[in-house]
Design a protein around this ligand. Structure first.
Ligand code: BG6
Length: 497
């Protein structure tokens, strides 16, 4: 069923996120007939575009970044779609300009013959968000808690204090149920599937706890550098950019208790319980639980790449982390004593996001010692991207007269199991906003709890400058200290062949 008629305003309409992600996502929703029968998309920006040039600009983005390119079989609907897209040139810092938005709403109401959902998507630099929110809030339409929604991109604040302040500002203008704080990892098909795997099967839940699980790992590595986003990244760093949001959200999916139903608040309650149970690392202990890194210059796949400090808009003496690894503990009955190791970084060996659940050894290994060259525990690996599969590793007997054991993988692969192509995360999330379903969005208390977890690490890192940056080579798996973090516990990071 298509969502109710919607009017979508995109602040940052001439920006990168809209170009690469939002417009391609809306276009794909249109092709798949998920867009409302009556809708309109208004890109808002400072740059002087007329509608025609603006549409051309977006088409260029679709050609580069959409999962279905215009002209491909099954696509070919740009001409129709683009008629719903227009551009509003305005200076979002001027109060008076907001009247233009109110006028468009009135005009669309007339055109549609009904009051549509009014969605404000803030795809702008984080420092612009408070200004826009405080100018939008007073518009009459924003008091409509049923139809008006505001979508806030990450980073949601810069630290605990700024996130609390932003939450307070948003709460003074909008009802919590109007606020959609986006974390695009939650829109990924494979991340949502963690819930299906855990709670639609009776098989995993009985062993999903400290009695059977040795530890959990989450790796989100990237091969790209900062891709010209030095300005933003200098103020962010890997811990803020990836751990505070995406990685902690995946961790919640792995660790949460079973929900009673799939209502937005029920799922979010269960997730926030996990965040609240994560042990706060004391500042004196940060060095034992967290490792930071920054890439130097070097070679990647035959290309010479600059170090982080030589990237555009980056301070040559920058101490910003482009890599972070942390060991978390969740202090509750299910997870007491089970470490969750997480790591993320730019310019690493490969682009991959995987979750690994490693089980405890068999209680009694009755096979002769020579039966296995290396003993390997059972392991469940969930590949989130770019590969999308789940593999369960177990020991099997190798054919032959001897009892020789060898680990084998049982693999469920999306590619082999399904013909249909999975939607992009932003497609799922934009559709959810139009439908008014906030399950995959962050509630204010989740954001707060995540920042509280990160705070001691952030504070300690800010107070003690790293002396060894850059400390990892491009194309590697990060700094040696990250290996040591896990090796100290007699474990190692898992990479797939
Ligand atoms: C974004 C970060 O949220 O996620 C980027 O700001 C990062 O720095 C990106 O590159 C990774 O997303 P994905 O979906 O490509 O893993």
């Amino acid at each position: 069923k298509r969502p109710a008629s919607s009017l979508i305003f995109i602040f940052g309409g001439s920006g990168d996120l809209n170009f690469r992600k939002l417009s391609p996502a809306l276009y794909n929703l249109f092709i798949d007939e998920w867009m409302p029968t009556k809708f309109s998309i208004v890109g808002i920006g400072r740059r002087p575009y007329n509608n025609e040039d603006y549409r051309k600009h977006l088409l260029n983005g679709v050609q580069q970044f959409s999962r279905r390119k215009e002209g491909e079989t099954g696509a070919g609907k740009w001409q129709d779609f683009s008629q719903y897209v227009s551009y509003l040139q305005m200076d979002a810092e001027q109060d008076a300009e907001y009247q233009k938005i109110a006028d468009i709403v009135k005009q669309k109401e007339k055109e549609f013959g009904e009051h549509p959902n009014v969605i404000f998507y803030l795809a702008v630099a984080p420092q612009l968000v408070p200004g826009i929110v405080s100018k939008l809030g007073p518009l009459n339409i924003c008091a409509d808690t049923k139809c008006t929604r505001v979508v806030v991109e990450k980073p949601f604040g810069h630290d605990l204090e700024s996130a609390l302040e932003l939450n307070k500002l948003l709460a003074s203008m909008f009802d919590e149920k109007q606020i959609y704080r986006i974390d695009h990892y939650l829109g990924k098909e494979t991340v949502q599937n963690i819930l299906a795997m855990r709670f639609a099967n009776a098989l995993f839940e009985p062993i999903w706890n400290r009695n059977y699980i040795d530890h959990v790992q989450i790796t989100a590595s990237e091969t790209v550098g900062v891709e010209g986003r030095g300005d933003y990244y200098e103020r962010a760093g890997a811990l803020r950019d990836m751990v505070q949001n995406h990685i902690l959200q995946i961790l919640c999916m792995v660790a949460m208790e079973a929900p009673v139903n799939f209502e937005a608040d029920e799922i979010r309650n269960k997730k926030v319980d996990v965040l609240n149970a994560i042990r706060k690392i004391s500042t004196e202990d940060v060095h034992r639980y967290a490792v930071r890194g920054q890439y130097g210059d070097g070679w990647m796949q035959g290309d010479k790449v600059p170090g982080y400090a030589q990237e555009k808009s980056v301070d040559p003496n920058s101490k910003t982390d482009t890599f972070a690894a942390v060991k978390f503990y969740i202090d509750n009955w299910r997870w007491q004593g089970v470490p969750f190791y997480v790591r993320t970084g730019k310019r690493m060996h490969e682009k991959t996001t995987i979750v690994t659940v490693q089980f405890r050894p068999a209680p009694n290994y009755a096979f002769p010692a020579e039966s296995a060259d290396t003993w390997r525990p059972n392991r469940l690996t969930i590949s989130i991207a770019p590969d999308m599969d789940i593999r369960l590793r177990f020991q099997a007997k190798r054919p032959g007269q001897d009892m020789t054991l060898k680990p084998v993988d049982m693999i469920f692969s999306y590619k082999d199991a399904y013909e249909e192509h999975e939607p992009e995360a932003y497609e799922t999330l934009l559709l959810d906003v139009m439908e008014g379903n906030a399950t995959l969005f962050m509630r204010s208390d989740q954001v707060q709890a995540s920042w509280e977890i990160i705070k001691p690490i952030q504070d300690t890192w800010a107070a003690r400058q790293p002396v060894d940056f850059p400390n990892y080579a491009p194309g590697s798996w990060g700094p040696e200290d990250a290996e040591a973090l896990i090796a100290r516990d007699g474990r190692n990071w898992v990479t797939l062949p």
